[in-house]
Design a protein around this ligand. Structure first.
Ligand code: HEM
Length: 128
């Protein structure tokens, strides 16, 4: 169904698996791990809520936590272009290794997230 949302096409189970695999990679990434908490349980829960609404599913993040104000929420962390690339590399790898996400859907989600990631950059390389 071409009118179905990305959320409908990916489905809640694959989306949850994607988020899980993404943070497993973030935890192992030398550029990203230092700015994330050691326990990524809450971070992953919030990200799943966010991506659910972002892909056209129920607006869980808004319901649970209010307006995301993503750029403001990221300001406490130095997000350099290098970290944005690392974040997107983790997401790209997680998309590839999550069964049940069609190639076209993976590309669409990646493209949308790469725009957001670029917008999150708030520090220059070397400011880590
Ligand atoms: C939270 C880093 C891009 C969505 C966070 C946190 C960090 C972080 C350090 C705080 C984790 C915590 O305290 O639990 C980064 C870096 C990015 C990036 C380095 C590279 C560009 C993005 C993008 C999105 C996003 C593209 C959009 C999907 C979120 C959400 C949260 C979050 C929803 C949770 C906010 C909350 O606490 O309610 N991010 N992020 N981030 N990030 Fe990012």
């Amino acid at each position: 169904d071409p009118a179905a949302s990305l959320y409908d096409r990916i489905g809640p189970d694959a989306l949850a698996l994607l988020v899980h695999r993404f943070y497993a990679r973030v935890a192992r990434d030398p550029d990203l791990a230092p700015i994330f908490p050691d326990d990524l349980t809450d971070t992953a829960r919030k990200q799943l809520a966010f991506l659910t609404g972002f892909t056209g599913g129920p607006p869980l993040y808004h319901q649970l936590y209010g307006h995301p104000r993503l750029r403001a929420r990221h300001l406490p962390f130095p997000i350099t272009p290098r970290r944005a690339r690392a974040w997107l590399a983790c997401m790209n790898a997680a998309l590839r290794e999550t069964p049940g996400i069609a190639e076209a859907d993976a590309q669409e989600l990646y493209l949308a997230l790469s725009r957001v990631a670029t917008h999150m950059v708030n520090a220059e390389d070397g400011a880590e």
